[in-house]
Design a protein around this ligand. Sequence first.
Ligand code: MN
Length: 294
Amino acid sequence: MRTDTISAKELVGIYQAGSHHMVGDGFPVRNMIPGAGVEEQLSPFLMLDYMGPEEFPPTTHRLGVGEHPHRGFETVTIMYHGKVAHRDSTGSGGVIGPGDVQWMTAASGVVHEELHEKEFAEKGGLLEGVQLWVNLPKAFKMTTPRYQTLLNSEIPTVELEGGAGRLRVIAGEFRGVAGPAKTFSPVHLYDLRLAAGHRMELDLPEGFNSSLFVLHGQVVVNGAQTVDEVRIGLLGQRGERVVLEAKQDATILVLSGQPIAEPIARYGPFVMNTRDEIIQAVQDYQAGKMGHLS
Ligand code: MN
């Protein structure tokens, strides 16, 4: 059982977006991870792009990013507004909309496309989402690709006491409630909505790398520092409990994972352990070994 002696987890840094750029012609993103020089404090999380929020006018053009490969990690797409359609070289695919998550394990390699869903594009509307890259342990980098569509209705919601808000468990567990995502290393991923003027105690494992991505609102951490909108608050590995208080209604993505203590070699859409493995990935892609879209 939890006791009052549980130790505090400190906020050790606040980071703003590095670059603003377009991914393909459909995803205006702000890159939140990597933060300069803090890669080791983020493992197993490799990258976080915040897509939008942006209002798109109606179009019949297929906006998005066309055929491209990935190997050695997982891409996790979390939608808040709008709809995205995916298709990949294993024959998997689908549409994700508000509240849905797509957890794609690229592993040995897939080729895929990520586009605005057809009817959404034709009607136009608000697009907002996150794409997170989660590293794979060396032992799983060359396993078979896997695709998990986690619909909003399948992601359990924990109501917080006193009307403080709610927390959706995408992966891992929170207060005994387990999320649906299957992961290759221990990861907790939560979609947290905290109401203005309310506070909560959030317990995360000591030794995990944990951070808070504040999409909307303003959050006071441990009664001291404020993390503003579109900032990542990096938490220390030590301690377990962080106290969050929303100054305004807040939307927070909570990331917590056991660090993967293995070397990283990365080049574009490939994340492996050595330079030789990167060269092999490029050759395999060029030779068509990651497949093509039919
Ligand atoms: Mn991709």
